[in-house]
Design a protein around this ligand. Structure first.
Ligand code: ATP
Length: 404
């Protein structure tokens, strides 16, 4: 429903085959992507995957080696950075130390409308000061300060604020401009855990309120999952998958996405389809009903060798005597508070030549399971393991691509 409603609208930012080369190596490799108007789009990937470079190309702070970027339907290569009407919020937010919060926040408005004044030393200063107090500008600043909880701090200097408050001022300064889109590069990475969580909800609220387009770069999958309308996952300069948080979590395009997103990473069990409706997983034979509704993706004709992707919450620990697919032993227990992470070492069945080979470095018998903390689980305990096979995903053991 949502997809078809927005499909006809023109994307706010479109990338078509965009690359950026440094010498011979591509920091960004042939990325095509559309970001809709009003979307909170998160670019997610490990350090060095090229996400900052991609954002800086959109901002116009870095040249594009090949490909086209369109902003609001216009080819961006014809526009200088300041013509693109994008607000950039960096990881290291730079505030003017000698200016009050109010002046820091009004600065872009003053600079934008009265560009030529600030070249005249004293006159420029007086005019800017008056403009800043003008109802027109003061109203905007007051409204945004209110949104960000900065009202009491408007007359203070940045040095008297905490890191989190300074970050909010930097956000506020970006917000006064009502730009076409916000580009944010790890804006929360300098905050401690509590402030990061707070500012995260602040950003979500801000986005709901203003419905502006945000392109947000992070290596933190929790930020991506909680804030993004859509997530683009990158690795080695290549866009691996674009989708809603739910889609990339439940239906990852490959083993990289499956294991980068989610804590713990998606379990990968080497498996072989040995006959119609029979899989050998971690050396144990498992009956699979491939005829049930919603099970078409489990059809055994698709592949013989594969990796079975299992999210930790698709697994249930039961008594060894109960109906289940696997038997195993508790190898480790990690207390997470409300839950415990239990690692189970699956019992091997009779060894067989048919056991799958994979290039991935996986422990063929380890399975991580999340269990409520009131459940008593002891290391060494023998357990039965029940896997919700309908939800599992399968991956090519050599390329890592999802088998659909
Ligand atoms: P991080 O989260 O660590 O900032 P990132 O995903 O944002 O990483 P980029 O900063 O975009 O990654 O860098 C992508 C790749 O391009 C890296 O391998 C980096 O070393 C390389 N790179 C970036 N800028 C330059 C440059 N000016 N000259 C040469 N190589 C560069």
């Amino acid at each position: 429903g949502v997809a078809s409603a927005t499909a006809t609208a023109e994307p706010k930012i479109a990338l078509r085959g965009v690359s950026r080369l440094f010498g011979k190596s591509a920091a960004v490799d042939n990325v095509s992507l559309e970001i809709e108007d009003g979307e909170f789009f998160v670019l997610l990937g490990p350090s060095g995957c090229g996400k900052s470079t991609l954002l800086r190309m959109i901002a116009g702070l870095q040249p594009v080696s090949s490909g086209v970027i369109e902003i609001d339907g216009r080819a961006a290569q014809d526009m200088e950075a300041d013509e693109r009407d994008l607000a950039f919020v960096f990881q290291n937010y730079a505030l003017y130390p000698h200016m009050s919060v109010r002046r820091n926040m009004s600065f872009p408005l003053l600079m934008r409308r009265f560009r030529w004044w600030h070249h005249i030393p004293v006159v420029g200063w007086i005019v800017r000061r008056r403009l800043m107090r003008s109802p027109e500008i003061a109203d905007v600043i007051d409204r945004i300060a209110e949104t960000l909880g900065l009202t009491e701090m408007l007359d203070r200097l940045p040095a008297t604020l905490s890191g989190g408050q300074r970050q909010r001022v930097a956000l506020g300064r970006a917000m006064v401009r009502e730009p076409l889109a916000f580009l944010m590069d790890e804006p929360l990475s300098n905050l401690d855990a509590k402030l990061r969580a707070q500012t995260r909800s602040e950003l979500i609220r801000f986005h709901r309120l203003l419905k502006t387009t945000i392109v947000y770069v992070t290596h933190d999958q929790v930020e991506a999952m909680t804030m993004g309308d859509k997530i683009g996952v990158m690795k080695d300069g290549v866009l691996q998958q674009v989708g809603t948080p739910r889609a990339v979590y439940e239906n990852p395009a490959n083993t990289f996405v499956a294991q980068f997103i989610g804590t713990p990473a998606m379990n990968m069990l080497p498996a072989v389809a040995t006959g119609a409706g029979v899989w050998r997983v971690a050396g144990q034979d498992v009956a699979v009903d491939t005829t049930a509704a919603g099970s078409a993706h489990l059809s055994t004709e698709i592949a013989t060798d594969f990796l079975l992707g299992v999210r930790s919450e698709w697994v249930e620990i039961v008594e060894p005597t109960q109906n289940c697919q696997f038997q195993g032993q508790v190898a480790a227990v990690e207390d997470w508070g409300a839950e415990q992470l239990v690692r189970i070492h699956l019992d091997a069945g009779p060894a067989s030549d048919a056991d799958a080979q994979t290039v991935l470095d996986v422990d063929a018998h380890a399975l991580d399971v999340r269990v409520p903390s009131h459940r008593l689980v002891k290391i060494g305990q023998q357990v039965g393991v029940r896997v919700d096979l309908e939800r599992t995903r399968r991956f090519d053991p050599v390329t890592g691509d999802a088998l659909i």
